[in-house]
Each structure stands twice: as structure tokens, then as C-alpha cells.
Design a protein around this ligand. Structure first.
Ligand code: KIV
Length: 265
């Protein structure tokens, strides 16, 4: 079993200990992250942008997710692995089940992550029925970037915030075990964390979330484009990748990352 499980993450939430999550795409960085004390590794489809140099996550395939997930699993055998279901791999419950099965059987995933709210409830329920842990993803949905009109903060109006809250509660009721919430006002991140019993992991969602996730390349300050406003370069002033990762873990655990300048109103 990995060092953390869905149950131990829920206990961290109940005990008020923040969860430090980081993306990983290969064995060597995953090994560093495991040794640095990162709680959860996310094999994100952000690899399409930071590893493959594409301009969105849309072209990433299920085969590619399986490949990267298996690499991360070999490098960090004791870490809980959450792996993204890529664009068009979860269009209906049966396809979602088949795709999740590949991520677990071939990629070594422990938890699968999917983007979307009400539309994904049936799929989440089917995965839960088959004993597959699920992480939801709400707020800014990178796979819907063209529908959203860009990478923009979500949930700023009360109506949008209510919709995200309702989606989150529906995902939890359907059997989701974790929720990632991306680019929403800090006040909404706090409401989500308070109203759900599953851990809420924020990225650009304020310091009150139950945990944080960062894209590894943002943490290292090597993102090719301008880094997002919520990101912080933890390598700056430190002499190793592992020291940067350990500083991130400590900052999350002590509630000093994200600072106000990394949050949205
Ligand atoms: O793909 C990814 O890295 C993600 C994070 C941004 C949460 O989904």
C-alpha cells in the first residue's frame, strides 16, 4: 500500500493537517518528490503543456497518461498516485470505467481524476461501484478551455459559485473521494472545504483548502510561458530540486503557501 490512502487523507482533513500534492510525470522527479515528503503525486494531463510543449491539454491521449503514470509509479512506489483521465476518455460511464481500468491496471494509478460536475455524476457512481477511487476537478477545467474562453478565474459571481458548490456536493454524494478545485476566489475554496467531508485540494483556490497542488514545473520556475499568478518558484534561493520540493511541502503544511498574492478575490 502507498504511504497515504484515501482514508488517511480524509483523516488529515479531519485533523486539520494540510495535504501537499505535486504533479509528476516521470520516475526521477517522482522519486525526488517522494523523498521530499510530498503526500500525493498527481500525474496531470498538464504534461501535454509542460512536457510535450502543446498549447492545451486536449491532445493528450490515454496511452500517454498510462505511459507517464507507469513511469511515476516506478519512481515513487510508496506514493499515492492520482492520474488524470484525459480529454475524450470519459464521454460516458462505460468509457470512463474502461479508461480508469487502464490507468489502474497498466499505469498503476490508485485514484483517477476527471473534470466536470453534474455531467460526471453517473460515471463517478459507476467507478465507485467498481471500487475505483475518484478525484473530481471543478472550477477552471482546462479540458474545457475553449468553451470557457481561456484560462480564467471561475466562480466569481454568486450564481457561478453556487453552481460549483452544488456540483461538488453531487460528486461527493456519487462517491468521489477527493476534489481538486482550480482558479476560484479564495472565499469559494473555503466554502467548498467547509461544506464537503472529502479533502478539497486547491490550485489558485486560496489557503483555506484542505491541501494544495502545484504543477512541478511551476514550482521549479521552468514553465516555458509566464507562470500563473497562483504559482511560486520554490527553487529560487535553494540548491536542489529536492530542497525546493521539501520547502513547498513545509509551506503548505504551515499554511504559508499560498500567500495572499497567490490567491484570487
Ligand atoms: O493536469 C494537472 O496538472 C492538473 C492540475 C492543474 C490540478 O489537473
Amino acid at each position: 500500500m502507498p504511504r497515504h490512502t484515501i482514508l488517511s487523507l480524509k483523516k488529515l482533513k479531519r485533523d486539520g493537517e494540510k495535504i501537499a500534492c505535486l504533479t509528476a510525470y516521470d520516475a526521477s522527479f517522482a522519486a525526488q518528490a517522494e523523498r521530499a515528503g510530498v503526500d500525493v503525486l498527481l500525474v496531470g494531463d498538464s504534461l501535454g503543456m509542460v512536457v510535450q510543449g502543446r498549447d492545451s491539454t486536449l491532445p493528450v491521449t490515454l496511452d500517454e497518461m498510462v505511459y507517464h503514470s507507469a513511469s511515476v509509479r516506478r519512481g515513487a512506489p510508496d506514493s499515492l498516485l492520482v492520474v488524470d483521465l484525459p480529454f475524450m476518455s470519459c464521454n460516458n460511464p462505460q468509457q470512463t470505467l474502461a479508461s480508469a481500468g487502464r490507468l489502474m491496471k497498466e499505469g498503476g494509478a490508485h485514484v483517477v481524476k476527471l473534470e466536470g460536475g453534474a455531467a460526471m455524476v453517473e460515471s463517478v457512481a459507476l467507478l465507485a461501484h467498481h471500487g475505483i477511487p475518484v478525484c473530481g476537478h471543478l472550477g477552471l477545467l482546462p479540458q474545457s478551455v475553449h468553451k470557457l474562453g481561456g484560462y480564467r478565474v471561475q466562480g466569481r459571481s454568486e450564481a457561478e459559485a453556487e453552481c460549483i458548490l452544488r456540483d461538488a456536493q453531487a460528486l461527493e454524494r456519487a462517491g468521489a473521494d477527493l476534489l481538486v478545485v482550480e482558479c476560484v476566489p479564495a472565499a469559494l475554496g473555503e466554502r467548498l472545504s467547509q461544506s464537503l467531508s472529502i479533502p478539497v485540494i486547491g490550485i489558485g483556490a486560496g489557503a483555506a483548502c484542505d491541501g494544495q497542488v502545484l504543477v512541478l514545473y511551476d514550482l521549479l520556475g521552468i514553465t516555458p510561458d509566464k507562470p500563473p499568478a497562483f504559482a511560486k518558484n520554490f527553487l529560487s534561493g535553494r540548491d536542489s530540486v529536492m530542497a525546493a520540493m521539501a520547502a513547498y511541502v513545509e509551506a503548505v503544511k504551515h499554511g504559508v503557501f499560498p500567500a495572499p498574492e497567490h490567491c484570487f478575490d
